[in-house]
Design a protein around this ligand. Structure first.
Ligand SMILES: CC(=O)[C@@H](O)[C@H](O)COP(=O)(O)O
Ligand SMILES: NCC(=O)COP(=O)(O)O
Length: 256
């Protein structure tokens, strides 16, 4: 590991374990287990665990959410669409935070931020119900001043700035996106909301976002799961070869 960046403020990491579940769902097995991954994240110093219970249940399943909430000693950030079904689940699970996200059935991943401006009345009620249950509500929005002001208006405690466009952009485009996110963070902070950020962040692009002083927490998943698959690959191959040839290794550690 290289030296830490000295200009960093202390920033929290919420580890998103969705794509551990993606791998499990690809085969319909019981492994790899997102509950186990969430606990490993805790041991590694994560400050929270994020799960996105999609309406189509393509990765995280209801049981994962209930089990992580019960079994893992980390604050949970439950990402969900603004449906009646999800509201009922959230009120049973009672996570520390609920992050409201837009969802399209056909999308590969969350494409844009929640359009708060176009649904102020409905969101005011929805945010109000979650807040009344003691859940901090976060809105996953694009870094646009009007969406930030609308988020404040509907009663959100937190905005999570969607960093997907920044992550996808190159060169001047990425620099322009970074400025947009920095400006958005200032506006949200000045309005008294907690500022989080996430989506598409990885080991090469995270530092400029982590250096934004107003940002409290980054939620990161896909890159962490991807790195784990590669850095853990040597051990996995080695263990298989040993076991095939009669070694008595404990396979339980990987849950399979
Ligand atoms: C809202 C969001 O950014 C996360 O949910 C993350 O992208 C992981 O979920 P998907 O890959 O299913 O979008
Ligand atoms: N809200 C962003 C998140 O939870 C993780 O997104 P990604 O790192 O999986 O793209």
């Amino acid at each position: 590991m290289s030296q830490p960046h000295t200009e960093h403020h202390v920033i929290e990491l919420g580890v998103n374990v969705d794509h551990i579940a993606t791998l499990r769902q690809a085969r319909g097995t019981t492994y790899p287990c997102p509950v186990q991954a969430a606990d490993i994240a805790r041991q590694a110093g994560a400050d929270g665990v994020t799960v996105h219970l999609r309406e189509d249940r393509r990765h995280i399943q209801d049981q994962d959410v209930y089990r992580i909430r019960r079994e893992v000693a980390l604050p949970m950030n439950l990402e969900m669409a603004t449906t009646k079904e999800m509201l009922e689940i959230a009120l049973q699970v009672l996570p520390k935070e609920c992050c409201l996200v837009p969802e399209k059935r056909s999308e590969l991943t969350t494409e844009g931020g929640l359009d708060v401006l176009s649904q102020v009345a409905a969101l005011t009620d929805y945010v109000g119900e979650l807040s009344a249950a003691g859940i901090m509500v976060s809105l996953f929005i694009d870094p646009e001043p009007a969406q930030i002001e609308a988020s404040k208006h509907v009663g959100a405690a937190i905005v999570e700035l969607h960093t997907g466009q920044y992550a996808d952009a190159q060169g001047d485009g990425a620099a322009a996106e970074l400025i947009r996110i920095r400006d958005a963070a200032k506006i949200a902070h000045a309005l008294g909301m907690q500022v989080n950020a996430g989506h598409g962040l990885h080991y090469q692009n995270v530092v400029p976002i982590a250096q934004i002083p107003e940002v409290v927490c980054l939620n990161i998943g896909h890159a962490i799961v991807s790195r784990a698959a590669i850095t853990g690959f040597y051990e996995a191959v080695f263990a298989m070869k040993q076991i095939m040839n009669g070694a008595r290794l404990d396979g339980e550690g990987a849950g399979l």
